[in-house]
Design a protein around this ligand. Structure first.
Ligand code: ZN
Length: 264
């Protein structure tokens, strides 16, 4: 058993991590269903990898079993989660190829299970979201990105839509007025559930394109995946460096936030 346990949740385009050594496939049964992932080693850390949309990209964003995924990582006693998310950029200055280490979200989802706390505990739990993403994991990614010379942006607001359709130009104009910087379909409820479970969690948002109305070209899923394909080697370098930057005793309140987590 190594000291620190770090999980990567790979978004669109990120289905495997070749740097994870001695990896084996594992499946966990949670009370929300099964979660499949890989477990291995990178340097002195135990590393887990989970493909959010499945290895063959078959699960659409609104049907991802976020609760099973996070419950599995909790059961595996993960210390920190680094997620990736392909996003559309709402700002000209956030060009494809930058990495936005988001620090806020706006929830524009409509019908997903959003919480572990469904009242079965016999009391109501309202979780603090003053810092929606773990600042310690964010700092580790930012430090790693800067040391690699990658274009990392410290902070940004992610608006999460229900999908699976892309957004309309009218929606994008509204999201821009609301202060969002990037748009995607997965960070909610993933980040909410991680915090409810007391797990440190941060997301590397990877802009693959400009959103509708900013770009005049129609958006296609193939275009998003082709853009991600080009990014994979650099994203992998960023993930490796970030894993080694994560501290074993972080000065954040994520773990404390999970004290009411109902368990399995
Ligand atoms: Zn934390």
């Amino acid at each position: 058993m190594t000291e620190l346990r770090v999980a990567i949740i790979g978004g669109s385009g990120i289905y495997r991590q070749s740097f994870i050594e001695n990896s084996k496939e594992i499946t966990l049964d949670t009370r929300f269903g099964k979660a499949a992932l890989k477990e291995g080693i990178y340097q002195d850390r135990t590393v887990f990898f989970m493909a959010r949309h499945g290895g063959g990209h078959t699960v659409p964003p609104h049907l991802v079993n976020y609760r099973a995924n996070i419950a599995a990582l909790k059961a595996l006693e993960v210390d920190a989660i680094i997620a990736t998310a392909a996003v559309g950029s709402l700002r000209r200055e956030i060009s494809p190829g930058t990495r936005v280490i988001i620090d806020q979200f706006i929830d524009f989802t409509k019908q997903r299970p959003l919480t572990f706390y469904e009242g079965e505990e016999g009391f109501v739990v309202h979780t603090d979201f003053s810092e929606p993403y773990c600042n310690e994991v964010r700092a580790a990614i930012l430090k790693a990105g800067k040391s690699l010379g990658q274009n990392v942006i410290d902070g940004g607001c992610y608006i999460c839509t229900e999908g699976p359709r892309f957004e309309t130009p009218a929606e994008i104009r509204m999201f821009m007025n609301w202060g969002a910087n990037v748009v995607g379909m997965t960070s909610v409820p993933e980040t909410i559930l991680a915090r409810e479970a007391g797990l440190c969690y941060a997301t590397i948002a990877l802009p693959t394109n400009y959103a509708a109305g900013i770009s005049t070209d129609p958006l296609t899923q193939d275009e998003v995946l082709a853009a991600m394909e080009k990014e994979i080697p650099e994203v992998e370098e960023l993930l490796k460096a970030s894993i080694t930057e994560i501290k074993s005793s972080p000065a954040c309140y994520c773990r404390e936030a999970g004290k009411n987590y109902p368990g399995e």
